[in-house]
Design a protein around this ligand. Structure first.
Ligand code: G
Ligand code: G
Ligand code: G
Ligand code: MN
Ligand code: NA
Length: 249
């Protein structure tokens, strides 16, 4: 069976799930929110990771519907969290180009009752590489609503610095490949430089893929604001993250 065909059927069959991974403020040690991560529980294929189905969903356009579902689901989950906790949701370039995305976001916030300033949308550089005015206009509208925009997988794309000038973001998430190799002197220097850049620009920097105390110590010394990764917490079911956030508040 072709992946695309299975994917189309998966949405009405309710085969998609969201897991949530906690994000920690390094200085205080407080959990400040969580990122929603999509999974596809396919009867034929087992549990499918987003890297293996998001590209196909983008090609067929299904990502627009699927993304709307994820946004609504994530905001609904966050509505039950303590009030300071933020919810981060990944957004595809295809969603931003659809021209209906701002409406979807407003609808998800209204439906869930979550205030705009608790929602963070994670985009990648490919989103900003797009020349289309729709994308930049949509991002500006979202920011005007008080929603935060995070640049995901930072450092893995092209000319990251140019995009920072092209569109003002609220947060940079340093890709986990850099954190993994931080015992390398040059990689550590790059990480420290990005953290310094964030501080200079007034942009929150989050380190992804933090797995060891040694990595966390280096990030703390460098002044990194937030950390996410297996050391802080693995992606978990809504009920488990709810419990964690409540005990953390
Ligand atoms: O039951 P649940 O809270 O998961 O559903 C929330 C809404 O999202 C329902 O109205 C459901 O029809 C819709 N929905 C669409 N696709 C999916 C999916 O893949 N999984 C789940 N759980 N709900 C989906
Ligand atoms: O959870 P995992 O490490 O397998 O996620 C891999 C990548 O898939 C993440 O880096 C993220 O960018 C992407 N991803 C996860 N959930 C979503 C989602 O809901 N929408 C989009 N567009 N991408 C997602
Ligand atoms: O949005 P993004 O592509 O950055 O999604 C984060 C991905 O990284 C998710 O698929 C998640 O499962 C994965 N991840 C989260 N924490 C860790 C970690 O500490 N180590 C590794 N190797 N992967 C992680
Ligand atoms: Mn992400
Ligand atoms: Na990332």
């Amino acid at each position: 069976q072709v992946l695309e065909t299975d994917l189309e059927a998966a949405l009405p069959r309710r085969e998609f799930e969201l897991d949530f991974q906690p994000i920690m403020n390094i200085a205080s040690g407080d959990i400040v929110g969580a990122e929603a991560l999509m999974r596809w529980r396919s009867p034929a294929r087992g549990l499918v990771a987003p890297d293996d189905f998001i590209p196909a969903a983008e090609e067929t356009g299904l990502i627009v519907q699927l993304g709307d579902w994820a946004l609504r689901k994530a905001c609904t989950a966050a509505a039950g969290w303590p009030h300071a906790m933020r919810i981060a949701v990944n957004v595809s370039a295809v969603q931003l180009k659809s021209g209906t995305f701002t409406r979807s976001v407003i609808s998800a916030l209204a439906f869930s009752g979550v205030p705009a300033d608790r929602l963070e949308l994670e985009i990648t550089e490919t989103v900003l590489m797009d020349e289309s005015d729709t994308v930049l206009k949509t991002l500006s509208q979202l920011r005007d609503l008080g929603i935060r925009i995070a640049l995901d997988d930072f450092g893995t794309g092209y000319s990251s610095l140019g995009y920072l000038r092209r569109f003002p973001v609220d947060k940079i998430k340093i890709d986990r490949s850099f954190i993994r190799d931080m015992d390398n002197r040059d990689t550590a220097a790059i990480v420290r430089t990005v953290i310094g850049l964030g501080a200079q620009l007034g942009i929150t920097v989050t380190a992804e893929g933090v797995e060891t105390e040694a990595q966390l110590d280096m990030l703390r010394e460098a002044g990194c604001v937030e950390a996410q990764g297996y050391l802080i917490g693995v992606p978990s079911k809504a009920a488990d993250i709810n419990r964690l956030l409540r005990s953390a508040a």
